[in-house]
Ligand binder design. Sequence first.
Ligand SMILES: [Zn+2]
Ligand SMILES: [Zn+2]
Length: 313
Amino acid sequence: MHGRPVPRPSPHGGAYRGIAGAGGFQGREALGKYIENPAAFMDTRTACFPNGAGADVASTLADRVISYSDDFVSIHDKYPKASVHCLLLPRDPAVYKEHPIVLLSRRDAKGVAFLEAVRAEAEKLRAVVGAELRRRYGQFSAADAAREAVLRGDSEASEGRLPEGRDWTKDVVVGVHARPSMSHVHVHVFSRDLHSDKMRHRKHYNSFSTPFLVRLDEFPLDPDDPRQPYAKRVQGGLTTLSAESAHDADDDASESGEDSRGIDARGESEGAQHRLDYLESDLQCWRCGRRFGNRFQELKRHLQSEFEAWIRE
Ligand SMILES: [Zn+2]
Ligand SMILES: [Zn+2]
């Protein structure tokens, strides 16, 4: 539950971090350390989000645990591809190494219950991300103007109620990559602006802006959905899949955590049978739909102006 008491810093945190840094949780395994010992990555000085965060907010937050329970951990992505970009990690060793597409598409009672639990937890994180968007950008937003004025004391709330203002959670995307770069199941929860200096090439962008990102509300995916890792191979549904076989396609190591290389390797190593073309598709603006072919730098400049217009909505 979100409402658990604020965790005390673990007396073993420092030592643990040393061990983790020495190996065991690197490359594709890098998310394991947050699952194993979330308390070591809680920043007690900043709690969830630092107040009055400046331009350096991304690097301050990168890698930090937001909250955790026995079942889930929420963290800030170490390589954010949007102005706010978090990950939700299930902590159950029985499932956390499964292929997320297979895991979340299960139709047995256990699978359905797990999907429900992930959805409930992801909604909490969506609310956290929405609140952070408002905290950072509400002051620029037309839809938040009346609310902001009341908060500043410039005008009075009618009937004592703070105007609701903009629903920032509508601009938060929740989903998993069809071919994830990290071996632990993780759900991306991010602002749709895709505005980040860590967004460095076409595959980055397409992995978050095309159906390569499977939204949580699309699950369970049809067995013949092309994004199923074994859609072509399995004829009669997914029940014959073992957890083991679900891992086979996932062996390429990412050297850089949630950075691009795992996804790149995956895109090229899937083989014709499981190839997904989304990462290679033309760049398209998430906001106005304009196409940029493969002109990534041009798209980046455009995203900057779209970001500024978006926060002003
Ligand atoms: Zn991912
Ligand atoms: Zn646009």
